[in-house]
Write a protein that binds this ligand. Structure first.
Ligand code: ATP
Ligand code: MG
Ligand code: FE
Length: 358
């Protein structure tokens, strides 16, 4: 089956064609990032919606052409279904891609499937690594979410931990901003941190106490707002000492090390608690090499494999939406024509928090 995916939940307009046979195969992927938001230091919802409106048609046509696929009666291999992100995200932005995807599917007489954006992030890695399939422990770290999940099977998720405040990507972006870097700053912090001395600023690892045990309320949760505040104070001290320029890389390193250590510790606990032999990273922060490498050095000695997607599949893209949609189609699902867009919605197939544990 050949599925067209459309993603417009935030500031990327993306379309892709994915084929599901024995495994997922990426046939095309087009991503258009809206640079205009840089001027405002964050995503402006109204601008994002209007930009999706002008881009979604040409981006989708390009993805279909690149895959040699078509809808309805055109030349090329016929598309079997359209998968669209319908939650969570900016409602105005979601509505553009969702309405367009619904209209395309309706006109072509094929099913439409509404896909949860975070379920998409969970499927992204499977597009490149045929072994990144359940059962596995998943760490989803993006601009708006930090989720630690046990994935028994596709569609069957157990939420183990989440952030109590800032998402991991949000923490990177806020720290970048207070160091005077442009939005989104995660990638820039990582670059700076490479030249930083890890011993110079050692920030406390949030929510990682010694002798914590399974069943403690914060055994799997994370929190990054305290770390962000600690960094703010360190930046102010450097500013008043006139040393910010020379301290920048060391501060970035100290921040990244604390955040990475925390995520690695929590993810490793989850993999051990469920005896999982695979760890899958997803979301934009999964682009971070320091995170992937630290996760590998922790897990590999136990024989646990760590899979991270390449950057274009880690950040927002329609291929992951097409993949999740193709899997849902294969198990017989389709959405109603009344499919709607929502700013927030729980992951489908989510068991209760910490169920079966402690
Ligand atoms: P959500 O998926 O929660 O709705 P989003 O879609 O905006 O949020 P993504 O596109 O998955 O988020 O990821 C974007 C985030 O990833 C930004 O916060 C960005 O700073 C961060 N990011 C990207 N590259 C890196 C990197 N190399 N190191 C750290 N963070 C990074
Ligand atoms: Mg984005
Ligand atoms: Fe995302």
């Amino acid at each position: 089956t050949l599925v067209l995916g459309i993603e417009t939940s935030c500031d990327e307009t993306s379309a892709a064609v994915v084929e599901l046979g024995d495994a997922f195969a990426l046939r095309s992927l087009v991503i258009l990032s809206q640079d205009v938001h840089r001027l405002f230091g964050g995503v402006v919802p109204e601008i994002a919606s209007r930009a999706h409106l002008t881009s979604v048609v040409p981006v989708t046509r390009r993805a279909l052409a690149d895959a040699g696929a078509s809808l309805g009666t055109g030349d090329g291999r016929p598309i079997d279904a359209v998968a669209v992100t319908h939650a969570p995200g900016l409602v105005g932005a979601l509505l553009v891609g969702m309405s367009y995807g619904k209209a395309l599917a309706y006109a072509a007489g094929i099913p439409v499937l509404g896909v949860h954006h975070m379920e998409g992030h969970l499927f992204a890695t499977a597009l490149e690594h045929p072994d990144a399939v359940p059962p596995f422990t998943a760490l989803l770290v993006s601009g708006g979410h930090t989720l630690l999940l046990d994935v028994e099977a596709w569609g069957s998720y157990r939420l183990l931990g989440a952030t109590r405040d800032d998402a991991a990507g949000e923490a990177f972006d806020k720290v970048a901003k207070l160091m005077g870097l442009p939005y989104p700053g995660g990638r820039l912090i990582e670059q700076l941190a490479r030249d930083g001395d890890p011993a110079r600023h050692r920030f406390a690892r949030p929510m990682v106490r010694a002798n914590q045990t399974l069943g403690d309320a914060d055994y799997f949760d994370v929190s990054f707002s305290g770390l962000k505040t600690a960094l703010l104070h360190a930046v102010r001290r450097a500013e008043s000492a006139g040393t910010l320029e020379t301290e920048r890389a060391h501060l970035a390193r100290g921040f990244q090390d604390a955040l990475v250590d925390t995520l690695v510790e929590k993810t490793d606990r989850a993999a051990r608690a469920f005896g999982r032999e695979r760890i899958v990273l997803g979301g934009g922060v999964a682009c971070n090499r320091a995170l992937a490498e630290a996760m590998q050095s922790r897990a590999n000695p136990r024989g646990v494999r760590v899979y991270a997607p390449t950057p274009r599949l880690a950040t927002d893209n329609a291929a992951m939406i097409a993949a999740a949609g193709a899997w849902r189609l294969a198990r017989g699902e389709r959405s109603d024509w009344s499919l709607n867009a929502y700013a927030a919605q729980p992951l489908p197939g989510l068991g209760t928090r910490n169920s079966g544990l402690g």
